[in-house]
Design a protein around this ligand. Structure first.
Ligand SMILES: [Zn+2]
Ligand SMILES: [Zn+2]
Length: 345
C-alpha cells in the first residue's frame, strides 16, 4: 500500500488515504516520488476550476515530479531500476498531426499526469516509460522537480514561441515561479531583460536571476517601457500573469511586429483586443502551453551545465502538503514550493 493525498471534494483540504500501489503496464514504469512541486494550477484544480472531463474526483494531482524508477513493464528497454529523473507531464499519442509535427504539447489525444492521469501527490505512480527523463545524480531532485513545468513552460515560451534573439529587448511580466526562469532563459539568449511585478521581493529576486531592469507593475508600465526603449517598445512580452489589466499594459509595451506570449491564464476572464491597433502594429498574440519532451531534455542539460538555476524557495515534507498549498495561495512566494518525500528521522 502507499500513501496518497487525495482531492475528494472541491474547496477542501487533500485527504491522506492508503491506496494500492499501481501495476505498470507493458510500456509503463513504476516510479517512487522523491520530490513534487506545487503549482497554481493545483489550486485551480482544488477550487474546481478545471472540471470534468479533465479532472474527475477523487483525484490525485501533482505534475512536477522527480522520481526513482522501481519497476519496469515487460516491453520497457533503456531504463534501469534505481535511475532518478523527472516526469514529462504530457502523455501524448505520438500519432496525431500535432505529435508528428513536433508539438506533442498540443496533442489531440493528450492525457496529462496529475490531470487526466493520477499525479505525484502519492508515494508511487505509474507513467509511460516515454515520459521518464533521467538526470545526473549530482543534481538535486528537489530542484529538478520543477523542470517539467516551472522551467519547461518558460523555456518553451522564450525559445520556441518568442524566439528571443541576442540584442533584443524582452519584457517579463510576473516574476513568480515561472517568470524567474523566463528571466534566466531570456538572458541565456542574449536579450536585455526587463521585469515587472507588483511585489518588491519578486523584483529583487528577478534582479538576482539576471534581470537588467525591474519595474513595479501598474498602469504606468507601458509608458515606462516606451521611455526605456526610445519609443520603440520591446520585441517580446512574456505574460506570466494573463489577467486583463496586465495584458493591456503588456500590449502598450510591445514594439511594432512584436510578440505577446500568453503563458498565464485566468479561466473565464477574456480580455479585449483593439483590432485597429493589431492592424497598425502587426502584433502577434500567441498562446503558450507547457513544453515538449525534447525541450525538457535540453533543460536537464542546461541544469547539468549550471546554466539554469531552479528557483525553489520553500520545501515542505510531503505530509504537509495542505500547509504548502495554503502558503502558495497566500501568493507571497518568490519561487516554487516543492514537497520532499524522503523520510527524515
Ligand atoms: Zn503547473
Ligand atoms: Zn498526438
Amino acid at each position: 500500500m502507499m500513501k496518497a493525498m487525495v482531492l475528494e471534494e472541491y474547496q477542501r483540504p487533500l485527504r491522506e488515504l492508503q491506496k494500492e500501489i499501481p501495476e505498470p503496464g507493458e510500456n509503463e514504469i513504476l516510479v517512487e516520488v522523491v520530490a513534487c512541486g506545487v503549482c497554481q494550477t493545483d489550486l485551480k484544480i482544488i477550487r474546481g476550476e478545471i472540471p470534468p472531463p479533465i479532472i474527475n474526483l477523487p483525484h490525485i494531482a501533482g505534475h512536477e515530479i522527480a522520481a526513482k524508477v522501481v519497476a519496469l513493464g515487460k516491453k520497457v528497454a533503456n531504463i534501469r531500476i534505481g535511475e532518478v529523473g523527472v516526469v514529462y507531464i504530457y502523455a501524448s499519442c505520438r500519432r496525431c498531426p500535432f505529435c508528428l509535427g513536433g508539438m506533442e504539447n498540443i496533442c489531440r489525444h493528450v492525457r496529462r499526469i496529475g490531470f487526466e492521469i493520477p499525479g505525484g501527490f502519492a508515494e508511487y505512480l505509474k507513467i509511460p516509460a516515454y515520459n521518464f527523463c533521467s538526470f545526473d545524480n549530482k543534481l538535486s531532485p528537489i530542484d529538478m522537480a520543477i523542470a517539467p513545468d516551472a522551467i519547461g513552460t518558460a523555456y518553451h515560451a522564450v525559445m520556441q514561441l518568442a524566439e528571443v534573439q541576442a540584442g533584443q529587448d524582452v519584457l517579463i511580466v510576473g516574476a513568480g515561479g515561472l517568470g524567474l526562469h523566463g528571466v534566466q532563459i531570456a538572458k541565456l539568449c542574449g536579450a536585455r531583460v526587463i521585469v515587472s511585478d507588483r511585489h518588491p521581493q519578486a523584483l529583487a529576486a528577478a534582479r538576482e536571476m539576471g534581470a537588467d531592469l525591474a519595474l513595479e507593475a501598474g498602469s504606468g508600465l507601458g509608458k515606462a517601457i516606451q521611455e526605456i526603449t526610445g519609443g520603440l517598445g520591446v520585441d517580446a512580452v512574456l505574460e506570466f500573469v494573463g489577467r486583463k489589466e496586465s495584458i493591456g499594459e503588456s500590449l502598450n509595451s510591445l514594439k511594432r511586429g512584436g510578440r505577446l506570449i500568453l503563458i498565464g491564464y485566468a479561466p473565464g476572464q477574456p480580455f479585449p483586443v483593439d483590432s485597429m491597433a493589431m492592424h497598425y502594429n502587426e502584433w502577434q498574440i500567441i498562446g503558450a502551453r507547457s513544453c515538449t519532451k525534447n525541450e525538457l531534455i535540453q533543460i536537464i542539460q542546461l541544469a547539468e551545465e549550471n546554466k539554469i538555476r531552479p528557483c525553489v524557495s520553500q520545501i515542505f515534507p510531503f505530509e504537509e502538503i495542505n500547509t504548502a498549498l495554503a502558503v502558495l495561495q497566500e501568493g507571497n512566494m518568490t519561487g516554487r514550493i516543492v514537497l520532499d518525500y524522503r523520510k527524515h528521522n
